[in-house]
Ligand binder design. Structure first.
Ligand code: SAH
Length: 207
C-alpha cells in the first residue's frame, strides 16, 4: 500500500510514510472487509459513513505539514484511522464525531491501540471545540458547502485547514492558511467525501 498507492503518487514526506507503516488500517475496518483493508478505495464503516481511501488520508496529512508541536482539530472521527495517522505525526489530536455509535467504537479502538494523545468528543463539529481552541491545524473529513466560520475562528494565525468543499456530485479539497485573520484558500484536487451534517448544513439532517 505505501509503495504502490502513496510513494508512487507523490507522497514524499518520510514522517507521513512512516505513520502509515505504524498504524495498521485493518484495525479500523469492519470484520467483513479485513481482506480489503489495504486496497485503493474507501470502505463502508456503517451508518452510511466510510473510512477514506489511504491515498486521500496521506495527501491530507502531507498538505497540513504536521509537526510534533501541533494541536490538531479533526472533524469526523469515523473509524479513527485518520485520527491515528494524525496522532503519529502531531502533538495532541482533538477529534469530533456526530454519530454516537461511531464515536464509541473509535474511542474503544484507539484506547485499545494505546494512543494517549487523542481526545475524542461526540458532538456536531459545526461549532468546533472552543474549550481546546486555538488549533495549529484543522482537518475536515466530510464535505461541507462552505468553511464553517467557527473553524476559521479557532485556527491560529499562520495555521492551516484542509477541507472538502462542494455537494454530493462535485467537491474540491481546499487548503486554507490563516493570514492576518482571514483565510487564504486554494483548491488542490477533486475528491468525493460523505456530506457533512449538523447545523451549518441544513440540507443534510442527522440520520
Ligand atoms: N476520517 C474518517 C472519515 C469518516 S467519514 C475515517 O477515515 O474513517 C466522515 C465522518 O464525518 C463520518 O463519520 C460522519 O459521521 C462525520 N461527520 C459528518 N458531519 C459531522 C459534523 N457536523 N460533526 C462531526 N462529525 C461529522
Amino acid at each position: 500500500m505505501v509503495k504502490r498507492q502513496l510513494e508512487a503518487r507523490g507522497i514524499t514526506n518520510p514522517h507521513v510514510l512512516s505513520a502509515f507503516r505504524k498504524a495498521a488500517r485493518e484495525a479500523f475496518v469492519p470484520k467483513e472487509f479485513k481482506a480489503e483493508a489495504y486496497e485503493d478505495h474507501p470502505l463502508a464503516i456503517g451508518y452510511g459513513q466510510t473510512i477514506s481511501q489511504p491515498y486521500i488520508v496521506a495527501f491530507m496529512s502531507q498538505c497540513l505539514d504536521l509537526s510534533k508541536a501541533d494541536r490538531v482539530l479533526e472533524v469526523g472521527t469515523g473509524s479513527g484511522y485518520q485520527t491515528a495517522i494524525l496522532a503519529e505525526l502531531a502533538g495532541e489530536i482533538y477529534s469530533i464525531e456526530i454519530v454516537e455509535r461511531l464515536h464509541v467504537i473509535a474511542k474503544l479502538r484507539l484506547t485499545e491501540l494505546g494512543y494517549s494523545n487523542i481526545h475524542l468528543k461526540h458532538a456536531d463539529a459545526s461549532d468546533g471545540w472552543p474549550e481546546e481552541a486555538p488549533f495549529d491545524k484543522i482537518i475536515v473529513t466530510a464535505a461541507a458547502s462552505h468553511i464553517p466560520p467557527a473553524l476559521t475562528a479557532q485556527l491560529k494565525e499562520g495555521g492551516k485547514i484542509v477541507i472538502p468543499i462542494g455537494d454530493e456530485e462535485s467537491q474540491d479539497l481546499v487548503l486554507g492558511r490563516k493570514e492576518k485573520g482571514t483565510l487564504v484558500t486554494k483548491p488542490l484536487l477533486g475528491v468525493r467525501f460523505v456530506p457533512m451534517r449538523g447545523k451549518e448544513e441544513s440540507g443534510n439532517p442527522i440520520k
